[in-house]
Design a protein around this ligand. Sequence first.
Ligand SMILES: [Zn+2]
Length: 51
Amino acid sequence: MFIVSCPTCGHSQRCQPKAGLVTDKRKRCVYCGHAFKIHADAPSSRIIRRE
Ligand SMILES: [Zn+2]
């Protein structure tokens, strides 16, 4: 389980990608509908916290 931050509206939300697909996962923001990549290992990672 990840906590990710939307780059458009800044809201944080939960995300639970399947194992091994994290880097390609596109998360759709539940607040504004914007779809963004999570970037699990990149400096621009949207992940705030891993649970
Ligand atoms: Zn958003």
